[in-house]
Write a new protein. Structure first.
Lengths: 343, 270
C-alpha cells in the first residue's frame, strides 16, 4: 500500500467510491472520529467528478469538525476545476499511483487512511483505523510539499496543475461567491475590532434552492424583533407541528418529521432535524438558528433548501459538538453561517 | 395509456411492505416503465426514507387532496431514475385526513400517465387499509414465515376477496431463511402457500444488506450482488408477465458437505 503523510494530518482515500453520495457518506463517517479533529486532510478523489457545490459541501463537512483540507488529489478535470475556483490546492495523482493502488487491491468503497509507518496506535472504529501519533509530529516534513517526495513519487507536486485546469474552470464559475462578499457589516466591524478573525465564520450554501410558496405570497422584509415570541420547552417529535404568528423559540430538539412554521424567526436550542419554515408569509428577513442545523429542509419566505442527500440523520445527530448555525436569505439563496471554534 | 394499480399490503406491521414497495418500484422503473409510488401511511411515513427522497418533499398527498397544489407538483422524482416518482404521505396528519374516494381519484389520474401505480399500504385493517385498497385492481400480500404474520395475511386476503375491483391477489414471502427451514425451525415456502392458498409472486431471502440500504436511502435492487435484490428484480419481472424460476436459496455448500453428499449417494446406490 502506498505511504504518505501530511503534517499533523491524514490522507483519506475516497477514490474507490462509486458515486458522490457514497463518497460523502464515507467521508462523514470518517469525520465523526475524534482523532480527525483539527487535522489537515489530504483527500484522494481519484476520477470522481465533483461540482463546485458538491466540493463546497465536502469542504464544509470537513471544516465542521475543525479540520481543514490541506490539498486534494484528483485526476478528474471537473473536480480540479471546482477545487481551483474554491481555492483548494490540488495535487495530481500520477499514473504509477493508480497502478500501485490497483495492484494493492484496495477493498472497494472502503476508505483507507494512511499515515507514515510510525509507531501506530490503532483506534477501533467501524470502518477505518486512523493511525496517529502526536509525539512523532516533529519527524514529519514540511507541509508545503504536502507529501514526502522521497518516499512516494506517485503523488506529484502542485506544478503543472494550473495549466491543466484553467480552461475548464472558466466555464464552471457559476455559484461561487468571492470570499469578501461573505462578510456583512457586523462581521467586518467585529473583525476590525479584533473580536473575530475572518476565518472564524464559515459560510456554506445549501444545495438546490427552489420556490415553495404558492404564487401570491407577498415578499417583504419586516423586522422580526417586533413580533411576539412563542417559548416552548420541549422536544418536538416526528409528526408534531408548531405554527405561530411570530417568532418561535424551542428549548430542546426538533426531530426529523416535525415541522416548525413561524411568521418570524425560528430558534432551536438543540438539534433542528425536521422542517423549519421561517417567515411563512413572505418575510425574507427571517432567520433560522439552531445549535445544529440538520434540518431536512429549511424554508424561509418563498425559498427552500434541502439537506444534502448523503448527510443522513443517524450519524450526524450523534455528534456531541454543537456549533451555533444561522440560516438566512442572501441574494435569492438560503445560506448558513457557522461560527467555527478554534481550539 | 392505462397503467396498473397494485396495492402492497400485509395486515401485520414490520414484515416489509415499504421495503417491498420501494424495491419493486425501483426495479420496474429500471426496466423502463413509468412508476409512481404512493405512500398512504399518513403520520408514519417511511417510503421517502427508503428511497432517500425525504429532503425533496415539499407537497404531500394531503396537499393534493386539500388542493394546495397540483398532483404533478407533489410527485417527487427519484434521484437516479427519472421513471420513478413518489407521492409522499403527510407526516403531520393522520389517516382520517384522506378518504377512500379521494385516493381512488388520485389513482385514476395517475394511471393515465404511468405504467404502474404502486400503493404502499399502512399496517392494520382500518381506514388506512381501506384507503390504500380503494383505487387498486391488483394486490400483493407481503408476509414472513411466522405464524402471526400469516394469520394477519390470511385476514387481509379475506378482506381483499370481498373487494370486487381487485382481480388478482398474490403472495410475497419475505425474510426467508433457508437454513432455518432446513432444520425445521421455520415454516417452509410450501407450508405458507399451503395455508394461504394464493399464487406466489416472490420469495425474498433474509438479507442484512436491507438495513444498510434503508439507512443509505437506496433500494437494494440497485445492488447487483445482493440476493435479495435479485429476488426483487425477479418479482418485478413476474409482475411484467415473465416466467422466472424462483431463486435457489440454499447456501453454497462447503467442501465437507459436498464430500458427505457424495458418500450419501454412494451409500444409497449400495
Amino acid at each position: 500500500m502506498e505511504k504518505g503523510f501530511v503534517e499533523n494530518g491524514f490522507i483519506i482515500n475516497l477514490s474507490n467510491s462509486k458515486n458522490t453520495n457514497q463518497l460523502i457518506y464515507e467521508l462523514s463517517n470518517i469525520m465523526e472520529h475524534p482523532d480527525i479533529r483539527g487535522k489537515r486532510i489530504c483527500l484522494k478523489l481519484g476520477s470522481i467528478d465533483l461540482k463546485q457545490s458538491q466540493l463546497l459541501s465536502i469542504k464544509a463537512l470537513i471544516e465542521s469538525t475543525d479540520a481543514e483540507i490541506a490539498f486534494i488529489d484528483t485526476i478528474s478535470e471537473q473536480t480540479g476545476a471546482s477545487a481551483e475556483s474554491l481555492g483548494i490546492v490540488i495535487s495530481k495523482m500520477g499514473d504509477e499511483m493508480q497502478a500501485d493502488a490497483a495492484l494493492n487491491n484496495i477493498p472497494e468503497g472502503e476508505p483507507v487512511v494512511m499515515k507514515e509507518e510510525l509507531d501506530t496506535e490503532e483506534v477501533p472504529s467501524d470502518d477505518f483505523e486512523p493511525e496517529e501519533n502526536e509525539e512523532n509530529k516533529n519527524k514529519v516534513v514540511e507541509v508545503d510539499s504536502g507529501i514526502d517526495v522521497s518516499e512516494i513519487n506517485p503523488i506529484s507536486t502542485l506544478e503543472g496543475v494550473e495549466d491543466t485546469y484553467t480552461e475548464v474552470s472558466e466555464h464552471e464559475i457559476s455559484e461561487i461567491i468571492p470570499s469578501e462578499h461573505y462578510e456583512n457589516e457586523f462581521e467586518r466591524l467585529a473583525a476590525s475590532e479584533g473580536l473575530i478573525s475572518n476565518e472564524d465564520i464559515s459560510k456554506y450554501i445549501l444545495l438546490d434552492t427552489g420556490e415553495v410558496l404558492p404564487n401570491g405570497a407577498e415578499e417583504h422584509a419586516k423586522d422580526t424583533k417586533a413580533l411576539p415570541t412563542l417559548y416552548l420547552n420541549q422536544t418536538l417529535r416526528s409528526g408534531q407541528t408548531v405554527t405561530y404568528e411570530g417568532n418561535i423559540l424551542i428549548i430542546g430538539d426538533a426531530h426529523p418529521g416535525s415541522e416548525i412554521i413561524a411568521d418570524g424567526d425560528i430558534t432551536v436550542w438543540g438539534i433542528l432535524g425536521g422542517i423549519a419554515h421561517a417567515g411563512k408569509n413572505g418575510n425574507i428577513s427571517s432567520k433560522i438558528r439552531a445549535l445544529k442545523l440538520n434540518a431536512i429542509q429549511l424554508r424561509i419566505a418563498g425559498l427552500y433548501a434541502r439537506r444534502n442527500d448523503t448527510l443522513n440523520v443517524p450519524y450526524v445527530q450523534k455528534s456531541n459538538e454543537f456549533v451555533p448555525e444561522e440560516a438566512q436569505i442572501e441574494e435569492g439563496k438560503i445560506v448558513i453561517y457557522k461560527k467555527l471554534r478554534r481550539d | 395509456m392505462t397503467g396498473r394499480v397494485i396495492v402492497i399490503t400485509s395486515g401485520k406491521g414490520g414484515v416489509g411492505k415499504t421495503t417491498t414497495s420501494a424495491n419493486i418500484g425501483t426495479a420496474l422503473a429500471k426496466e423502463g416503465y413509468k412508476v409512481v409510488l404512493i405512500d398512504t401511511d399518513l403520520g408514519l411515513r417511511n417510503l421517502d426514507l427508503l428511497l432517500g427522497l425525504e429532503n425533496r418533499i415539499v407537497y404531500t398527498i394531503v396537499d393534493v387532496i386539500e388542493e394546495r397544489c397540483k398532483l404533478k407538483q407533489a410527485l417527487v422524482k427519484d434521484k437516479k431514475n427519472p421513471n420513478l416518482s413518489l407521492l409522499a404521505a403527510a407526516q403531520t396528519r393522520d389517516k382520517s385526513a384522506v378518504n377512500a374516494e379521494q385516493l381512488k381519484e388520485i389513482c385514476e389520474k395517475l394511471k393515465e400517465k404511468n405504467d404502474f401505480v404502486l400503493v404502499d399500504c399502512p399496517a392494520g385493517i382500518e381506514q388506512g387499509f381501506q384507503n390504500a385498497v380503494a383505487g387498486a385492481s391488483e394486490a400483493i400480500v407481503v408476509t414472513t414465515p411466522e405464524m402471526s404474520a400469516i394469520r394477519d395475511a390470511d385476514r387481509i386476503i379475506g378482506l381483499l376477496n370481498t373487494k370486487e375491483e381487485i382481480t388478482s391477489t398474490r403472495l410475497l414471502l419475505n425474510r426467508v431463511r433457508p437454513n432455518l427451514i432446513k432444520n425445521n425451525e421455520m415454516m417452509s415456502v410450501d407450508d405458507v402457500v399451503g395455508i394461504l392458498e394464493i399464487p406466489l409472486i416472490g420469495i425474498i431471502p433474509e438479507d442484512t444488506g436491507i438495513i444498510t440500504s434503508t439507512n443509505k436511502g437506496e433500494p437494494i435492487v440497485n445492488d447487483e450482488n445482493s440476493l435479495a435484490g435479485q429476488a426483487y428484480r425477479n418479482v418485478a419481472k413476474r409482475i411484467l408477465g415473465e416466467e422466472v424460476p424462483f431463486l435457489d436459496l440454499d447456501e453454497p455448500k462447503g467442501f465437507m458437505a459436498k464430500i458427505k453428499d457424495v458418500f450419501a449417494k454412494l451409500k444409497a446406490k449400495v
